[in-house]
Design a protein around this ligand. Structure first.
Ligand code: ADP
Ligand code: ZN
Length: 640
């Protein structure tokens, strides 16, 4: 990896390290090879072409079908101090002329283009004459008829490539591609001796969960209540379902929600979408028509109110949560009656051939199996996509979480119980503990407990742990304790089953409570400032800084420029633009915090002082008030 690329990553983007996939892909690109990179949503594909674009002499063209994302990308780059433009059908004539002008002036490093533009001969030949170093094809799977997102306009790309004087290097990027589609991409784009890299599909920061047997609306409201400040998407399978849930949440429960489905007119859809992106509406209720081409990185949860038709759709939709890498949740709500709805949608489609219907049903079965799964959700998903890197236990899905919270302590229990048996059921908790840790005293010696085979059998455990464990065995019914003033421990039926290995002893471990930044007052202040800046700059808040960056700011509380540049997501340009404003908020907050701590300390001092005064009064047998004595003492500097 070129040192230069790392330097740019730190200085411009404020990140210390490339992710594994980025490292490999960028190395390949910089060695001037045609490259195909497959990386999941949120994996960081943009940087794979942006950093090489900065290092190459000429211009990098980025071809993307996602028109709505182009403005986002160009906005983001602007805040990073990189000159780029986009050309698509949303530009007015004036804007178009301005963009062309910028390109001609030679100041632009990256041009985003919608593939439809290449249908225009004149435009193609204009672009073809520029000094183009690289063509990055985003969402490259759209060129393949085998893929699930084929776009005819993508077939214009090969023709266009021929028009460029000197053949540019090609970088194809996508989040979804089977081997067949991958081959097709390389073939259609006529990539030469290309290098291809498939990154893992895992989205580590997303917590997967399935909810069954609940009242759906009540559950959703409860969830929203518990997560009041977070932004999220709730997917439902039909327009009607979306309308109902939307009205319920908005009109009856008073939530500020938006909605999105194909039945709304263009203007309405655009309005809701825009508000959602800008965090003016936190929650979006939508059909699967919503989301393609939305880059909002601070979506904290995606809830599916109904089961989606297949795992491909589910993972794509759920994957819209947490693109910034900060903790996020993907929750599937499952109700048996929803299976019927999906089956109906498959069967009633007359255009679908029978064999294809069968295939679709099989895909639905996979989803249903997922909904009933009792093992790791992530493992199941990744296995489905052919990524076998996770085995059995991910630790970050609701099934793993519930495993994680119980410990199998059968062997320890057997040691304790057999010790009770060997001591002839004549001892209490403290003697039992002493035997188990192997602590000897005259009483133990006299009774010859130190000769038992179980003497010291738990010497690796702490005494406190053993005592607690014995109490647990009693309270969970594995041991009986006799009544009276010297209670002794007795084995019961359950204990005998444990000793015979017929039952297992599980104990819950206390769940670690993860810190919720959305409840942190400093995070809230920083979030507020981010919204203000976003409004001023007319961009979405997450483009100013990601949630992850805000979280790090709230946690590390940098005091100066130097510390601030160590925060992920803050490079030179962003610091120059907003650093001081954020520092001000942090410092003000820290000052206030210091004052509270100071006040607490003062109270503590005051308390100690009172105590000293009381003592003194007692000693001298004085019958005056504390204040009075303090007065006298102050005058005589007696106190300290
Ligand atoms: P994709 O296009 O693959 O969905 P993006 O390029 O939008 O992903 O990147 C997703 C998020 O990850 C962005 O918030 C981006 O700033 C962040 N990111 C990218 N590369 C890194 C990195 N090396 N270290 C930390 N965060 C990164
Ligand atoms: Zn798991």
């Amino acid at each position: 990896m070129k040192i230069e690329a790392r330097r740019l990553l730190k200085e411009i983007y404020g990140y210390d390290d490339f992710r594994e996939g980025q490292k490999v892909i960028i190395s390949s690109v910089l060695s001037r090879r045609d490259t195909l990179g497959v990386m999941s949503t949120g994996g960081g594909k943009s940087i794979c072409y942006q950093i090489p674009a900065l290092l190459f002499r000429g211009i990098t063209l980025v071809i993307s079908p996602l028109i709505s994302l182009m403005k986002d990308q160009v906005d983001s780059l602007k805040l990073l101090g990189i000159k780029s433009v986009y050309i698509n059908s949303t530009l007015s004539k004036e804007e178009y002329i301005e963009a062309i002008h910028k390109i001609k002036s030679g100041s632009v490093k990256i041009i985003y283009i919608a593939p439809e533009r290449f249908e225009n001969e004149k435009f193609s030949s204009f672009i073809g004459k520029l000094d183009i170093s690289m063509v990055a094809v985003d969402e490259a799977h759209c060129i393949s008829q085998w893929g699930h997102d084929f776009r005819k306009s993508y077939l214009e790309i090969p023709n266009f490539l021929k028009k460029i004087g000197k053949r540019p290097q090609i970088l194809a990027l996508t989040a979804t591609a089977t081997p067949q589609v991958r081959e097709d991409i390389e073939d259609k784009l006529q990539m030469r001796e290309s290098f291809s890299y498939v990154a893992g599909f895992d989205r580590e920061n997303i917590f997967f969960k399935v909810v069954r047997n609940v009242v759906p609306e009540a559950w959703i409201v409860d969830y929203l209540k518990k997560n009041p400040k977070k932004s999220g998407i709730i997917y439902a399978s039909t327009r009607k379902e979306v309308d109902n849930l939307y009205s319920y949440l908005k009109d009856i429960r008073g939530y500020n929600v938006g909605k999105y489905h194909a039945g709304l007119n263009e203007k309405e859809r655009k309005e809701y979408q825009e508000k959602f992106i800008k965090d003016e509406i936190k929650i979006m209720v939508a059909t699967n028509a919503f989301g393609m081409g939305i880059d909002k990185s601070n979506v904290r949860f995606v809830i599916h109110r109904n089961i989606p038709k297949d795992m491909e759709s589910y993972y794509q939709e759920a994957g819209r949560a947490g693109r910034d890498g900060a903790p996020a949740e993907a929750i599937l709500m499952f109700f048996e009656e929803d299976i019927g709805v999906q089956e109906y949608l498959i069967d009633s489609n007359e255009e679908t051939e029978d064999s294809l219907k069968k295939e679709k049903r099989a895909k639905l079965d996979v989803m249903v199996e997922y909904a009933y799964l009792e093992s790791c959700y992530r493992e199941y998903i990744l296995k489905y996509f052919g990524d076998k890197r996770i085995k059995n236990y991910c630790g970050n899905c609701s099934n793993c979480k519930s495993f994680k919270n119980v410990e199998d302590l059968t062997i320890d229990a057997q040691k304790v119980l057999s010790c009770v048996g060997r001591a002839k059921e004549s001892i209490g908790i403290s003697t039992l503990t002493n035997i188990l840790v192997g602590r000897s005293d005259s009483k133990m010696d006299r009774k010859e407990y130190n000769k038992l085979s179980t003497f010291g059998i738990l010497k690796d455990r702490e005494i406190k742990w053993i005592e607690e464990f014995i109490n647990f065995l009693i309270s969970d019914g594995y041991l009986e304790q006799s009544a009276g003033s010297f209670p002794v421990l007795k084995l019961n039926e359950r204990a005998r089953k444990v000793l015979k290995n017929e039952i297992t002893v599980f104990r819950r471990i206390d769940e670690k409570v993860t810190f919720d930044y959305y409840e942190d007052p400093l995070f809230e202040n920083l979030n507020q400032l981010r919204s203000e800046i976003a409004e001023r700059e007319n961009v979405a808040p997450y483009i100013v800084f990601s949630d992850l960056t805000l979280m790090e700011l709230a946690e590390k509380k940098p005091k100066n420029r130097w510390d601030m540049l160590k925060i992920r997501g803050i490079g030179n340009q962003k610091f120059k633009n907003y650093g001081e404003e954020f520092l001000k908020v942090i410092n003000k907050f820290s000052d206030e915090e210091m004052e509270i701590i100071h006040r607490d300390n003062l109270n503590e001092e005051r308390y100690l002082e009172e105590q000293r005064i009381e003592k003194l009064k007692e000693k001298l047998n004085l019958k005056i008030s504390n204040d009075k004595l303090r007065d006298i003492l102050l005058k005589t500097i007696f106190l300290k």
